[in-house]
Design a protein. Structure first.
Length: 190
């Protein structure tokens, strides 16, 4: 069975920057209700201050096989290590100005809730199960095994406007520390 946390990133194909996220910086997040793993609905467009949203394809579950060919899809593998990375750097992100932190995937809230509890995430995961946000913002996606999934990216959103986009993200377990480094260099004033 595949270990979800210990990954040899040199054996996984890295994603290329295909340009499908270039339009995001400067865009306004559309008003839209997204279900969260804490039972509340979140509208990213209405949040004030700095919000970090990391999008990921799908978390795996222990003892459940990954989709066929998963490790060969550039950028697919690493959702659990990425989420754990944000968990482990949560205090640093908050200390550097991230008022809100969310994970985002197309999995339903019940599936996400299991992952959030198992991984002890101190922040909610948001569900874009119907791809409403993905379509409205033209977020990069890919298809496999009958699923449409988000490509891995991280958005910095300041009061409803995307001010930075990390894309592609690789290796995923370094995602949160890359955001911490960026926040240190881009502190908000006032």
């Amino acid at each position: 069975m595949t270990n979800l946390l210990n990954v040899d990133w040199s054996s996984i194909p890295a994603p290329d920057d295909d340009g499908s996220a270039r339009h995001l910086v400067g865009s306004r997040v559309p008003a839209m209700a997204l279900a969260s793993t804490v039972g509340q609905v979140v509208d990213l467009s209405k949040l004030t201050g700095r919000t970090i949203v990391y999008a990921y394809p799908r978390t795996g579950q222990p003892n459940v096989a990954l989709p066929d060919g998963w490790d060969l899809i550039p950028g697919a593998r690493g959702c659990t290590p990425q989420s754990c990375s944000f968990r482990d750097h949560f205090a640093e992100l908050k200390a550097r100005g991230a008022q809100n932190l969310f994970g985002l995937s197309t999995q339903d809230t019940d599936y996400q809730r299991e992952a959030a509890e198992r991984l002890h995430l101190p922040f909610p995961l948001l569900s874009d199960e119907k791809l409403a946000l993905a379509k409205a913002m033209r977020l990069p996606t890919f298809e496999t095994s009958g699923m449409v999934l988000l490509k891995r990216l991280t958005l910095v959103i300041d009061s409803g406007v995307v001010t930075h986009c990390f894309y592609p993200v690789f290796p995923p377990d370094r995602s949160a520390s890359d955001v911490v480094t960026w926040l240190e260099a881009h502190q908000r004033t006032g």
